[in-house]
Design a protein around this ligand. Structure first.
Ligand code: 3H9
Length: 692
């Protein structure tokens, strides 16, 4: 074996050279990896004893892509294009041996090899779109040549990781190896190619599939139309589509030119910067400065959930999906039955769409049990309370759990704004108490706000962070304060939205501005969906807010066919003249002179106070870092990832501009806009949140 550099070596299996990369954690294409590849291929090609070359990776995965942390820095070492030129010019067949994931630049390297062998557990994908990019090393031109433009469009715009068997079915993988025997299988495959004297298969020369799609622009028009909603606001999906169009309509090298031009444009743009930031922010959130990585974890073999409502049911499904048994406790048989039946119905609906088999449905349901007795949670390792948001009720539940749960059990509350320390004080073991704030629908939304109480122990925190990963969530650790990070900032936006409609903007104006900014829905459409009457009661209603007045008119949202908007029979929303008049009357009665409000003001008043509140959260140490706040907003509140989260956005706009506006609004409208000390400080120092 010859070491080529610190991450690559070359060895021989008879006449087959094996080039091995070993650059943990994911063999990303850093400068040393590219140098190792270039050198390894050159040496193997030059060695007369070598007849074929296998490229394989050590560790958990094949190359998982370009090294994202190098982006934006001065280029060093061999470029990926140099490596690919050597590979494509090779007179000897090159076989890529894939395990783990061959992603992005990794798959592009594999596509430049002549053949691909993979173990069944391997996955292949071009996920660049999720970083606001497109595959920039020929992937956009090679993939359609193997799998056809339709499948390439799907893969490139979704970033999906395609399992090896499916990849083999579409021709992307030439042969499947036994699990754990990849090296032997790839070497044997190389020998077979030599024995059969197979020609060198260069993907760039395969033209059948792209030619078949030529002169059929409807392929692209239909694809754009079908996905318009999903792609809204994002640049990268459209650029990926344009590259596939180029693959279909232009010769390979011309297509490559289109790819390079569009790749560069995306790479230097703010959307990709935001999406790459979000990628690292999500991973950074896992790192808790005072909870070391080797903190002992509490084994979680069984979970108890209190409350079989929408939230309790959704929470339970996360664990069932991960194969962890769940027991749900309710107070009434009817509520329990309803809760269990809803879970079954959800799974069956998924099965109807073909995304679960009947067996899988039964397996999950087999892990679920119900009870009317809290005592039945005695053997659970984690108990999550999802009952009504009322401190007295929560304290009562935790007081009881304290007597029932075995020692060491994690006692979690799903509260969305109550004081976790107060809840913990109802027990004799506050170190075991933590907040696990799931977002509705709890089986779908990726965010899990993990609320650390004053006494919460490190193993409880470490276990909760790990658990988030196990159930496919993004866990973000936050501190105790009203509404924690997400809802605390949301209340700033909500307050301004309510004030804006009193001052003269209409609900659909506010919604449109926020929708155009990239949120999936504005606050008033959201209110209509959730119901205006959450927390409202007819008896106590006193016409003191626009919302109350609408509820009194029985405009309680979509469910009553009217709320801020009017709804037709298909639940399509229309601006409502009744709401408009109601708001005008309310403003007149309140002595507010309505005025015309610009879209710019709507956006600034909804978003800048959120950024300011985020700064206060940081000041108070309720979030560890600005990027954690952004991770909360992207994964729990539909903040458009291409804008990187509120704190990243603040930096993009310029904190000096945000501060100046806050001061202007403060002078005009009062202390809702009082700038935080941190914001003032950062601006005085010429810094951004990124510098913290
Ligand atoms: C590209 O290829 C562009 C080309 O087309 C153009 C070339 C010209 N770079 O996610 P994990 C780190 S764009 C640098 O927790 P998992 C990650 O930050 C790229 N670092 O593990 C983390 O570090 P830390 C296209 C990377 O097992 C550690 O590895 N490729 C990269 O849950 C473990 O990551 C992609 O977009 C990278 N490319 O998942 C794939 N990837 O430990 C992006 C990971 O310090 N990666 N790291 O926090 C992934 O999707 C997942 O990491 C993967 C593993 C599925 C591979």
């Amino acid at each position: 074996m010859t070491a080529l550099n610190e991450v690559a070596d070359l060895s021989a299996e008879g006449e087959i050279a094996v080039l091995t990369l070993n650059s943990p954690p994911v063999n990303a294409l850093s400068a040393p990896v590219r140098d190792g590849l270039a050198e390894g291929f050159k040496r193997a090609i030059a060695d007369p004893a070598v007849k074929a070359i296998v490229l394989i990776c050590a560790g958990r995965t094949f190359i998982a892509g370009a090294d994202i942390s190098e982006f934006g820095k001065a280029p060093k070492g061999a470029s990926l294009y140099d490596v690919q030129a050597v590979m494509e010019g090779s007179p000897k067949p090159i076989v890529a041996a894939i395990h783990g994931t061959a992603l992005g630049g990794g798959l592009e390297v594999a596509l430049t090899a002549h053949y691909r062998v993979a173990v069944p557990s391997a996955k292949c994908g071009l996920p660049e779109v999720n970083l606001g990019l497109l595959p920039g090393a020929g992937g956009t031109q090679r993939l359609p040549r193997i799998v056809g433009p339709e499948k390439a469009l799907d893969m490139m715009t979704s970033g999906a990781h395609v399992p090896a068997k499916a990849a083999a079915a579409m021709g992307l993988v030439d042969d499947l190896a036994e699990e754990g025997e990849l090296r032997e299988a790839a070497v044997a495959f190389a020998r077979k190619i030599l024995a059969e004297n197979r020609p060198l298969k260069k993907v760039r020369d395969l033209n059948d599939k792209v030619e078949a799609a030529r002169g059929k622009p409807e392929i692209f028009a239909d694809f754009r139309k079908a996905n318009a909603r999903k792609f809204r606001g994002f640049l990268a999906p459209e650029y990926n589509i344009q590259c596939v169009e180029a693959a279909v309509n232009l010769p390979f090298d011309e297509g490559l030119k289109v790819e390079r031009k569009l790749f560069l444009e995306l790479m230097t743009g703010v959307q990709s910067a935001a999406q790459r930031y979000a990628f690292f922010a999500e991973r950074q959130a896992n790192k808790i400065p005072d909870v070391p990585e080797d903190t002992p974890l509490i084994p979680i073999a069984k979970v108890g959930v209190i409350g079989a409502g929408t939230m309790g049911g959704g929470i339970s499904m996360n664990f069932l999906n991960a194969g962890v048994p769940v027991r749900i406790v309710e107070t009434q048989q009817a509520a329990l039955d309803r809760g269990l039946a809803t879970i079954r119905k959800n799974y069956e609906n998924t099965a109807k769409k073909g995304r679960l088999t009947e067996d899988e449905v039964e397996k999950r349901m087999g892990l679920l049990s119900g009870s009317l007795n809290l005592e039945d949670l005695a053997d659970c390792d984690l108990i999550i309370e999802a009952v009504f948001e009322n401190m007295d009720i929560k304290k009562d539940v935790f007081g009881k759990l304290d007597k029932i749960a075995k020692q060491g059990t994690i006692l979690a509350s799903n509260t969305s704004y109550l004081n976790v320390d107060e809840i913990a004080a109802a027990t004799s073991r506050p170190e075991s108490v933590i907040g696990l704030h799931f977002f509705s629908p709890a089986n779908v939304m990726r965010l899990l706000e993990i609320v650390r109480g004053e006494a919460t122990s490190k193993p409880v925190i470490a276990t909760s962070m790990k658990l988030a990963k196990t159930i496919g969530k993004v866990g973000v650790l936050v501190g105790v304060c009203p509404g924690f990070v997400g809802n605390r900032m949301l209340s700033q936006r909500q307050r301004e939205a309510n004030k804006l409609i009193l001052e003269g903007a209409m609900p659909w104006d506010v919604d449109r501005v926020l929708y155009d900014f990239g949120f999936p829905m504005g606050p008033f459409a959201m209110s209509d969906l959730a119901g205006l009457d959450i927390g409202w009661s007819k008896e106590k209603s006193s016409s003191s807010t626009i919302r109350e007045v609408l509820c009194e008119m029985d405009r309680r949202g979509q469910k009553t066919g009217a709320g801020f908007y009017d709804y037709d029979e298909n639940r399509a929303a229309k601006p409502s003249p009744i709401t408009e008049q109601t708001i005008k009357d309310f403003a007149a009665k309140s002595g507010v002179n309505q005025r015309t409000i610009s879209d710019e003001e709507i956006l600034e008043r909804c978003v800048y106070p959120m950024i300011n509140e985020g700064a206060k959260i940081l000041e108070e140490g309720k979030a560890i870092r600005a990027s954690d706040i952004d991770t909360v907003w992207i994964n729990g509140y539909g903040w458009p990832v291409y804008r990187g989260g509120p704190m990243f956005y603040g930096d993009t706009v310029g904190l000096d501009k945000v501060l100046a506006k806050m001061k202007q609004f403060q002078a005009e409208m009062g202390d809702d806009f009082k700038p935080s000390a941190l914001l003032e400080k950062l601006v005085a120092e010429g810094k951004g949140f990124k510098d913290l």
